[in-house]
Structures are given as C-alpha cells and as structure tokens.
Design a protein around this ligand. Sequence first.
Ligand code: ADP
Length: 495
Amino acid sequence: MEIADWETRYLEAVSNVREQLGNVQGVFVAYNSNVDAMKHIREEELKKLIGIIGQDKLRERIVEYPREIKDPVDFMARLIIAMRDGKAAEVPTYTTDIHEWLMDNLVFDSARMGGQAGIMSNLLVTLGVKNVITYVPWLSREQAEYFVDSPNLKHPVIENGKLILKHPKEAYDPQQKPKINWIIEFSKGMKFRCAGEEFEVPRDNRLIISSRPNWLRIDMSPEMYEQLPDIRESIDGAILAGYQMIKEEYEDGTTYRDYVQRAVSVIERLKGCNPQMRIHVEFTSIQNKVIRKALLTDIVKKHVTSLGLDTVEVANALNVLGYEELAYSVINKGENSIVSLYEGAVRLLKELELQRVHIHSLGFYICVVSKDHPLGADDQRQALLFASALAATQATLGSIKDLDDISVGLGVPVYDQGYDDLIELEKYLVRRGICTAEDFEDGCISADGHNLIIVPSKVVKDPVATVGIGDAISAGAFVALLAKMPKINICKITE
Ligand code: ADP
C-alpha cells in the first residue's frame, strides 16, 4: 500500500472514531497527577545560581553524581551534568525543601498539568468523553486547579459514608500538600563556566526534578475501596498509571508488596463480575528493577487487558522478564529493530497474558492483539490512526483544546521513515512465511492466532512540545477501542 492510501485510511479512521466516541459511557483514570513547574533557564540565571552554591562545592558534587536531590548543591550538580552532556534526566527528591529553594531563587515561567493520569484525564474530557472519573490519592487545592473545567470530569469523595462524584475543584483535601515537579529546560549553545571549565550546551534538553514526598502512596481509603463498585456502571474501562511511585520500603514498615496487593484489589473491584471491563496500564521508565518486575508480573499479568509503552520501555520490560538479548536488539537501533520490537511485543503479550500490547515509536505504532480480543483488525487499526492524528495535533499545537483541532494533525503527512520501517517488517514476515503482503496491510495473523496491526504515524517536523504525547497516543487509542466495543452488560445477563 502506498503512503497516499494510508492518508485515505487516516481520514476514514478519524471520521469513524469521531462519530463513535459518544458510545463511551465513561473511563476511570488513576493515579498520578502532579503540577509541572516549567522553567527555561537563561545564562545569567545559571551564573547567579552557581555563584550562590560556590564552585568548590559544585566540583565535588558533580564527581559524586547524586542520584537523588537532597539539597541545592545536588540540584545544581545534576543541572550542570545535564547541560554539559545535553542529556535529558529525571532525578527524584524526597523532600519539598528544594521546591522552596527554587521558588526563592529561580521561580518558574509557567505551570501546567503533569503526570500520566492527569494528562490523560484532561485529554479524554477534551475529546468529549462523558464521564471521566479521575482519581488522585494526593488531590490538593493547587492540583485541582489544573484539571479542565467541565461537568464531565469528576473525582470520587466520601461524604457521610457514601461515595459521591464531584469536580476535583470541589473534591480536594485542603490539608493536602501539592506534588510539584520542576522541569528545567535549557537550550543548545548556552555557554557557562563551572569548576574552572568552560562548557557549551550541545543539545536542547531538560532536567526533571520529580517530587516524591514520603506521603505519596498509590492507594485509596478503605471506604472508597469498599464503594468503588458504585462507579462500575458508569464506565467501560480504566486507565491506570503511576505505579512507578511505589517504593520498596516505607518508614512505617510497609513494603511494595502491600501496595502491589492493594493495586490488584482495586483492579478486581473495578472489574467486578464483568471480565470484559477493559483495563489499560500505561508503562513508564522505572529505574528500580524490583518495582518494574513487580508491576509487570504481579499487577499487569492476569489482571490487566492492555499495556501501552514506548520502545525504550519495551526493552526495559523485556529485560526484567529475562529476555536480555531481545531487549538489547530493541534499543540497538539497527535495521532489524522493528523486527525485534514486533517480537518483543509478542513476548509481552504472551508472558503477561494480555489481550493487547500497544507500542508507540517515532514513525510507527505496533499493536499485537490476542485472538480473544473482541475487536477485529480494522477497528484496532482505526484506533491507532486516530491516536496518531491526536499525537500530531498535540505536537503541532502544544495542547489539544477541542476535538475539532484534530484536523490540524490530519494535515501532517505520514512519516516516510516510519513507512519504510513498515516495509522492512513486512519483508521479514513474508520471508518467514508468517503472512502474505496482503495480510500485512489488513492485519497479520500468526500461526498461534495473535494479530499484528501496524500503522505509519504522522510526525511533526518542529514540534511545539513533546511532553505527554505518549500519553495522548495511548489514551486516544484506548478510548477509540472502547467506543467500538460491543456494549454487553455481562453482570446484568448473568444475574
Ligand atoms: P512522553 O512520556 O513524554 O509522552 P513517550 O516516550 O511515552 O513520551 O512518547 C513519546 C511519543 O510521542 C513517541 O513514541 C512518538 O510516537 C510521539 N512523538 C514524539 N515526537 C513527535 C512528533 N514530533 N510528532 C508526532 N509524534 C511525536
């Protein structure tokens, strides 16, 4: 199929999904929302901060390479390292002291919704989904401000022993402190002197200071947990993210096992008697391998139906599941990396007993679907194309304010390089006798029955912003599938 044919498929898919979105009753989205404080740092500001900390202290700390931010010296050392190398980095901090220091000495340019669950909740409301029930265990007054104003967005609260739904601005806990992450962006070409050396930033990039105060828990109150089934009737599925916040051990003696168990119980409660309830988990990079493995083998496996991830995350997931060689070939961007990605997706589908694995990369999206998934290849493909048009819209505009904005994304051309990668995979599958060229375009069913759906994506040359595009892709594709799902209330039928 030619690129022009893909463009036609895009138009059809977006038009179909738009018509069907009204079929979605609702989506539950949890857990991680935070406030992103954005700062584009300038040369004079950097010079001032280096002056406050002092060159000698900084020199020592840069050599030590702090893995967490305990004080302003750690912060400045990681900022200098990120700027020197032009590399993106995310470093946790477990106190709110650094936030106060940054407020006193730097101040942010702007603030916005951050965190996968927060970003996806707002996007779903913007797309017109009727009931978006968002849940943040640490809903503060400041956090509530960043949710879009819409009666379709609700947060559960317990009042007089009963679960009720209210807009986050009416549901926050006034005692709760906000979780504020700092995103410090820097530009290529910035020059600075530090520890006796002269540096020039080689690439635009960013340092994220992610706030992990000790009150952060992936959890809910016992009353809310008990009454969670009350929301089941108003949702078709759930998107869950933020499990990377789980720590191995807590000060009160609890461990990750307690929180993994609670996370599974929440999923069970959401499903109730309806095994058809769609549960999507959005993966992310998790440095701690114990937590990464526990998320995959204890939370995702058997309990979740759908998993979304990018290519680096595929490698990280394969790695902890014992497929080191495959993980290596996924990130080793050789000619065969698309083949390895496909094989990795199949491994994840099988190993984690999923119905759907959706991988997004710059240029194409791969989705492998088990034979027991209720939707066929056409519907799956349309969901991916809709997601790609959303991603291109977000990359062009910076944020999506209305579903009509999607025409902007539709106008972005299909990415040649992604199309070429597709052809690479097609040749491989045809050579191996896994499917014919015709099958490849319509969904490629393997001998054991799983189906491969792959689309070339639309890529924006000079994106306004790239943060949160992965979340838009996964949430967009998931909600498009919910819109297409046959509506059978199994609980009612079996009663
Ligand atoms: P994030 O967590 O910030 O959303 P991810 O790595 O999960 O980051 O997702 C980034 C995805 O966004 C990529 O896989 C790619 O599909 C998409 N993307 C990135 N840049 C562009 C762009 N310029 N145009 C269209 N899509 C993009």
